[in-house]
Ligand binder design. Sequence first.
Ligand SMILES: *Cc1c(COP(=O)(O)O)cnc(C)c1O
Length: 246
Amino acid sequence: MSKEIVENIRIIKSRIAHACKKYGRDPNEVKLLLATKTVPADRVAVALLNGETLIAENKVQELKGKYDALESIPHVNHFIGHLQSNKVKDIVKYNVRCLQSLDRLDLAEKLHQRLVLEDKKMDVLIQVNTSDEDSKFGIAPQDTLDLVKHVSKLNTLKIKGLMTIGLLSSEADKVIPCFRMLRRLQQEIRALNLPNVEMNELSMGMSGDLEIAIAEGATMVRVGTAIFGERYYPDSYYWDETIVVS
Ligand SMILES: *Cc1c(COP(=O)(O)O)cnc(C)c1O
């Protein structure tokens, strides 16, 4: 089992390296983030002990559940799932360094209040819904700049860039417009030089479409299945909390 994880990481890294070469990207500018939803802590630990450092959960419950087991192994926690406002204290408590799924102002304000209270700061990415699918979270592209401007006034939050899931399709011509839209938004916002806004990070691309994302400018790809294997729950369970899994 653990050999398999190590081998899968090697394969993913070579896919990233090939894509960088093919599309003229600097491999140092594309980070690998491990999406660890449903993966038990001992399997996550295999990846961390193999030298990976960036991991991300979708649910607070899982973040909490694996925290003790992973605490002694150096790593950085991101959060990539839909976050309810009443759970912000948990992501602060469990040392999330970057919230990639910030998609609304009330969430940013709650998080800010909590961070002020604890005298901490947090990186954030604004999650954009680039595929126009109702079932996915993220702010509408046309509302993104406005949200960025408001969030930039909350001094505990550092806006590092944008994140998207994109259209889940194996057809490149359907996925590319999503990633292109995210990059165009990033460039438009970056050109404004807003205070407290860096806009260097583009988190896009997953197991099935990371090459396309790298071609379109991703600085971080989020990979789960291709490293840890198929998940038991459908992704809709993580992306749409109105769906109940029995
Ligand atoms: C699960 C997940 C991923 C990884 O998806 P895979 O197809 O398993 O690589 C990336 N981003 C988000 C937000 C996820 O929930």
